[in-house]
Design a protein around this ligand. Structure first.
Ligand SMILES: C[S@@+](CC[C@H](N)C(=O)[O-])C[C@H]1O[C@@H](n2cnc3c(N)ncnc32)[C@H](O)[C@@H]1O
Length: 299
């Protein structure tokens, strides 16, 4: 396996492989290919016959993954697509279902570190936040154009405290000057006492809520989950890695519902967390939660 890419250090690789249990000749779907780290580990594990389809919204990630996975040649198919449409993508490729599916949710370290992509709340960063750079909607557009009630609903959905007050302050502020950079928003949050608490940075929740809305992340995840277990062959497995409760909760709930109706069997009755060693060497792994389930072989 090549050296860990500076693009993104894949999280909980060993546990992902343990639960996916990839095998020779299998077909796998990486819904969030990113820099291709998980995909590479899976392809190495499965010898020379397994194949992998990788999706991403971000063209730059697909380029990076293309370089990393080039040694696997035609075993890899990379597609610019939203995982919300995973079923359609598979159908277009003439594939009914896969032996394993991985969804490593959220943004990659690389996306986060690219200031011009606007995912960080470092000062003077443009309020972009699009994973798909050809998408129309940016975080600035949301702040400058969405109605008061839409903004309030967005922040409520993102579990931001005092969402009504925040939405009202945004609408008042944009009458004075439009929001362009993270500094414009941080200044407003500071004025509301939302940017300077000692504990968890409340601005984190505001920026996260905007990112979720810009990329329709919650809707996309719901749509992906709604395609289970159909995306999987009988005996096929899925693994979800999430990084905050707004990702983990819908995964947990969907898998429980599938288990209740007998269409899936949960493999992780207790959520799986990274080891202390991994968190020490990759602090971005600290909030990761892994959940996995299997489509029963008899269905
Ligand atoms: C945490 S990174 C994945 C990193 C990857 N596992 C690796 O080893 O490098 C998440 C990736 O998912 C992509 N992504 C997020 N939502 C998506 C969606 N709805 N459809 C397709 N890709 C998505 C992001 O653009 C990002 O590249």
């Amino acid at each position: 396996m090549s050296c860990p890419s500076p693009f993104h250090r894949p999280v909980m690789i060993a546990q992902c492989l343990e639960y996916l249990a990839p095998r020779e000749g299998g077909l796998y779907l990486d819904c969030t290919i990113g820099g291709g780290g998980h995909a590479e580990a899976l392809l190495v594990r499965t010898g020379v016959t397994a194949r992998l389809i990788g999706l991403d919204l971000d063209d730059q990630a697909l380029l990076e993954a293309g370089v990393r996975l080039a040694p696997f040649g035609e075993r890899v198919t990379l597609i610019a697509a939203n995982f919300a449409r995973a079923g359609e993508v598979l159908a277009r490729l003439g594939v009914g279902a896969v032996d394993g599916l991985l969804a490593d949710l959220g943004v990659s370290s690389w996306q986060f570190d690219q200031r011009e992509r606007g995912f960080t709340f470092a000062p003077d960063v443009s309020l972009d936040m699009r994973m798909n750079q050809s998408g129309q909607l940016t975080a600035a557009e949301i702040l400058n154009r969405w109605r008061l009630d839409e903004l309030q609903a967005l922040f409520q959905r993102g579990e931001v405290p005092r969402s009504g007050r925040l939405a009202g302050a945004i609408v008042a502020q944009r009458r004075v000057a439009p929001f362009r950079t993270s500094t414009d928003l941080l200044r407003l949050l500071d004025g509301l006492g939302l940017a300077n608490r000692r504990t968890f940075h409340p601005a984190t929740l505001v920026f996260q809520a905007l990112r979720l809305a810009t990329n329709r992340e919650q809707e996309n995840l719901t749509l992906l989950l709604s395609q289970l277990p159909a995306l999987l062959k009988p005996g096929g497995r899925c693994v979800f890695l999430s990084y905050h409760s707004l990702e983990d909760r819908p995964v947990k709930q969907a898998l429980r519902e599938r288990e209740a109706d007998g269409s899936m069997h949960i493999l992780t009755h207790r959520v799986v967390r990274p080891s202390e060693d991994e968190v020490r060497s990759n602090p971005r792994a600290r909030s990761a939660k892994l959940r996995a389930a299997e489509r029963p072989a008899s269905l």
